[in-house]
Ligand binder design. Structure first.
Ligand code: CAA
Length: 384
């Protein structure tokens, strides 16, 4: 491959590949059926340092770079996309936002246990009437002495039920539009924070997606992340990194679908020969592998830009856009190659197909990614 991985990045990839295919894969189909949260996987992943991958050693993290992180995340997604999305939101959005915006004291209190996997993080931005347009959110936070009182409802919060800490955005100044949104770190169990309905989803079934209801929920003012009005910026920056994570999830699931399709095509005989001998299917395999490789390169290059400290907003959106659309095509082709068996639960491709469907939707739809990419191109002063 064109991208030169360092020895450390290769080591991470090989180690997590082995772990994922032996341990995480073993329960993925069953979890998809039972919707059981992957707490035991996450515990083992914490022991391997996967829950604070990009957190510096001084805050008990693994101090890996983003390239190493996306390689690890895609290996987890190869085996279980539900486990991967928990890892992704926790690392890419929650740990990164706290690392970038929290005070030293807040990092000691929250980043350390998060990085050790002692608590899982969630990020609550979306609301019932504010999805693609988070500026129109209506959750409020009103200062009262040393506390803020939160009221409102957050929707589609990944790990909303099982998280120990939730980064919540809320309006502290209605008139200021996006500059009037602030972010708070809210501990699960805080009085007034109620876990509402859990979605019954077509995919990623072992990852809980919850409504979080805030009813006069009092949060210490010291739990604000960043300054008043920083909430939208924190969310956008968090989503930049999160979107590379969704690209990594897409690459992982597409890799699993491609491998499953190749295995099936080599084993299945029709018309007196293995179906892998038919040119029609060989060309489909070639297209699947090519677009998977293109997505992998976009993912790695966005991650490397982040590691170099460059502005990677557009590249993260390109990687997310292309990889999430790619995995929907690749899983559909893998299922088609399995014929009628692909439509059954005897083979894993129907799960890959269902899990992949949300990748073009969450952490910004494909349409939002196109807005982000075109905005960045059009405002680039180096362009004509
Ligand atoms: N980094 C830092 N700052 C950013 C930024 C970025 N990537 N993107 C925008 N900003 C800043 C801008 O610079 C601007 O700041 P100033 O006013 O100081 O100049 C400000 O934010 C407003 O920017 P825009 O005018 O571009 O904002 P907008 O309202 O037009 O929205 C948007 C832009 C890209 C459409 C954005 O609203 C967006 O990304 N929407 C999708 C939200 C999304 O992805 N939601 C999914 C959440 S995932 C989830 O909820 C589930 C889960 O569990 C993870």
């Amino acid at each position: 491959m064109a991208f030169n991985l360092t020895d450390e990045q290769k080591m991470i990839q090989h180690m997590i590949r082995e772990f994922s295919r032996k341990v995480v894969a073993a329960t993925a189909a069953e979890r998809d059926r039972t919707k059981e949260f992957p707490a035991d996987n996450l515990k083992k992943m914490s022991d391997l340092g996967l829950m604070g991958m990009m957190v510096p050693l001084e805050f008990d993290g693994s101090a890996a770079d983003t390239v190493g992180y996306v390689l690890a995340l895609s290996e987890i997604a190869y085996s279980c996309a539900s486990t991967a999305v928990v890892m992704s939101v926790h690392n890419s959005i929650v740990c990164e936002s706290i690392l970038n915006f929290a005070t030293r004291e807040q990092k000691e209190k929250y980043l350390k246990p998060l990085a050790m996997g002692k608590m899982i993080g969630a990020f609550a931005l979306t609301e019932p009437h504010a999805g693609s347009d988070p500026v129109s959110q209506s959750t409020t936070a009103v200062r009262d002495g040393d506390e803020y009182i939160l009221n409102g409802t957050k929707r589609f919060t990944t790990t909303g039920k099982n998280a120990g800490l939730i980064i919540v955005t809320a309006k502290t100044d209605e008139a200021m539009r996006h500059k009037g949104i602030s972010a708070f770190m809210v501990e699960q169990g805080t009085p007034g924070l109620i876990v509402g309905g859990i979605e019954d989803k077509m995919g990623l079934r072992a990852s809980d997606t919850a409504d979080l209801i805030f009813e006069n929920c009092r949060v210490p003012a010291g739990n604000m992340l960043g300054d008043p009005g920083d909430g939208f910026k924190i969310a956008m920056k968090g989503l930049d990194g999160g979107r590379i994570g969704i690209a990594a999830q897409s690459v992982g699931v597409a890799g699993a679908a491609l491998d499953a399709a190749v295995k099936y095509a080599k084993g299945r005989a029709q018309f007196g020969r293995k179906i892998s001998k038919f040119q029609g299917l060989r060309w489909i395999i070639a297209d699947m592998a090519t677009e998977l490789e293109a997505a992998r390169q976009l993912m790695l290059s966005a991650a490397a830009m982040k590691d170099r400290g460059e502005n990677y907003t557009a590249q993260a959106s390109m990687a997310k856009l292309f990889a999430s659309e790619m995995v929907n095509r690749v899983t559909a082709k893998a299922l088609q190659m399995h014929g009628g068996y692909g439509f059954t639960k005897d083979y894993p491709v129907e799960r890959f197909y269902r899990d992949a469907r949300v990748f073009t939707i969450y952490e910004g739809t494909s349409e939002i990614q196109r807005i982000v990419i075109s905005n960045n191109i059009l405002k680039d002063k180096r362009k004509p």
